[in-house]
Design a binder for this molecule. Structure first.
Ligand code: FCB
Length: 442
């Protein structure tokens, strides 16, 4: 058998993207609810409350679909504002009960939950106190994380502190994500603080005596210079520094690179930092989770520079699923990683409606299958080369609220009808089910 026993084949989702159901059950507003209410912020005016998948109400349906797929892991996230509507202080019992039921049902079905504490949906109440720019934010997060470990630490086998911390930068520095500010200094402070929060989460985890493992997730969009021109090489390096090294240097190394510190100092965007922040992120983690979608060709030449890569790239020529293994190996080598790794997200996004074949009632997404085949072949090569990769979580179970793209980007194995919330299997869902079956018999 190629895959080691216990290897996790999973699917991944996030609370703001799938739970829906407005503020049912006493959930507090998150920054994504507020952001989505601003005209033009989200394509088509979609909101997490109305245009996610109502998984809060339909969790059992999702569970049955996962059982039919044959996955043995589910990466999901807790909506901070569901369990703590004000972000700190009072717990919301209905929210706590909801997650308890989810975890128990998953475990009973033989599906291990891998639970992300922060997947971008900061409680609005905390945004009102300055959000991630506030230097207290890591400690608000620590209070929340501590509650979760004490409540669920005996049953949840794996935790992720934060997912893709770059989202805070996109939210405070670039404005494409909630809360929608375009201030680079704030963006840098926010991304610094969210990394500190990750460390504060690890500290709380160890102190709580929780049983499972804890890690963090950084997405790696490796830049590749399109030519060997010094300008292209310099730009690729700069983008690597800004887009993933900032986070990886802190989480997997010991701190920021001189390059980034000098650059921010020059720009006047350097963050307020304390030794304590680094002490927290230097606490050891149990695993690293890589989100991998693509590599990004980069050139300083405007003519040549087409939108190639990026979360929402539709340009197939920029898709390199097979580079999953080279990028992961690069990270392992660069940071001398000796902890286990997971592919915590990987999948294929299609822009716009996907055609349903009227004869079969099915989306025949051969393009997605083609991408997944190459990505999983890449995972197989990692195993063959002896890399300690413990799981692969496909993004995503079903079409959902794809952040600023609303419902216009489809990543699901299942198609979601956003009027009825009915989920139907695409061809890729059958393909993944069969791949998992075959892998278990290899
Ligand atoms: C990742 C996010 C995830 C989803 C996928 C498509 O960046 O972590 O929530 O949006 O992209």
């Amino acid at each position: 058998m190629l895959y080691p026993r216990g290897f996790q084949f999973g699917v991944a989702t996030a609370s703001a993207q799938v739970e829906g159901c407005g503020l049912d059950g006493g959930r507090g507003l998150s920054i994504w609810d507020t952001f989505a209410m601003k005209t033009g912020a989200v394509t088509g005016g979609a909101t997490p409350g109305k245009n996610a998948c109502d998984s809060y109400r339909l969790f059992d349906v999702d569970l049955w679909n996962m059982m039919d797929l044959g996955v043995n892991a589910y990466r999901m996230s807790i909506a901070w504002s569901r369990v703590m509507p004000q972000g700190t202080g009072q717990l919301n019992q209905a929210g706590v009960d909801y997650y308890k039921r989810c975890f128990e049902k998953l475990l009973k079905a033989g599906i291990a939950p891998n639970v992300t504490l922060y997947h971008w949906d900061l409680p609005q109440a905390l945004e009102d106190r300055g959000g991630w720019v506030n230097r207290d934010s890591p400690y608000w997060y620590q209070e929340y994380a501590d509650h979760m470990f004490r409540l669920f630490g005996d049953i949840v086998p794996a935790w992720v502190t934060v997912n893709e911390p770059i989202a805070t930068y996109v939210g405070y520095g670039l404005g494409f994500f909630a809360p929608g500010y375009t201030n680079k200094r704030w963006g840098n402070q926010a991304r610094h603080n969210v990394m500190t929060a990750s460390g504060a989460g690890v500290e709380a985890f160890r102190a709580s005596g929780a049983k499972g493992q804890i890690g963090a997730v950084i997405d790696i969009w490796k830049r590749l210079p399109m030519t060997q021109d010094p300008e292209d090489i310099a730009l690729a390096h700069d983008e690597d520094e800004e887009n993933w090294k900032f986070y990886a240097d802190r989480l997997l190394g010991t701190g920021y690179s001189q390059y980034i510190l000098d650059k921010f100092a020059r720009e006047g965007t350097l963050m307020d930092m304390k030794d304590e922040d680094f002490r927290l992120t230097n606490l050891p983690i149990d695993f690293y989770g890589m989100n991998y979608y693509n590599t990004v060709p980069v050139t300083a030449n405007k003519e040549r520079a087409r939108a190639a890569g990026g979360n929402f790239a539709e340009d197939r020529s920029a898709f390199h699923p097979e580079s999953l293994s080279t990028v992961l190996k690069m990270i392992i080598d660069q940071y001398h990683l000796s902890i286990p790794v997971y592919v915590t997200e990987n999948g294929f996004g299609h822009q716009g409606e996907e055609t349903v074949n009227p004869a079969t009632g099915m989306v025949e997404d051969d393009y997605r299958i083609e991408y997944l085949k190459a990505a999983l072949a890449s995972v197989e090569s990692l195993i063959r080369d002896g890399v300690d990769v413990r799981g692969y979580y496909l993004w995503t179970l079903m079409d959902n609220f794809e952040w600023s793209a609303g419902n216009t980007f489809k990543y699901g194995l299942l198609r979601t009808d956003f009027e009825t919330m009915r989920r139907t299997w695409k061809k890729s869902a059958y393909w993944y089910r069969d791949y998992i079956r075959a892998a278990r018999q290899m």
